[in-house]
Design a protein around this ligand. Structure first.
Ligand code: ZN
Length: 90
């Protein structure tokens, strides 16, 4: 028996991956805490300050570049289970 050749071609729908983000550091502009961010985008864990995404050094990936993006088409929102009925025991 001859094994079938398996061809692994890169799919055309796969765009070149974006370069990994770079870790940058700065001081929080609100409380002065030294914080680390990615590509110049920061979020302070102490006071909650965040800078605008446009201050980043590089563009952000688009939704269709997100490998974790759910497939097209919206799923209906998941309904939360109804709360248990009040128990008036006794
Ligand atoms: Zn802060």
């Amino acid at each position: 028996m001859t094994p079938r050749p398996t061809r692994t071609e890169p799919s055309a729908a796969d765009p070149a991956p974006l370069p990994a983000p770079e870790i940058t550091e700065a001081e929080c502009r609100r409380c002065g805490t030294y914080i680390a961010g990615l590509d110049g985008r920061y979020a302070c864990g102490v006071c909650g300050w965040v800078n605008d995404h446009s201050e980043g050094h590089r563009r952000l990936p688009r939704a269709d570049e997100d490998p974790d993006r759910p497939p097209a088409g919206r799923r209906p929102p998941r309904l939360l289970p109804a709360p248990p009925p009040p128990q008036n025991g006794r």
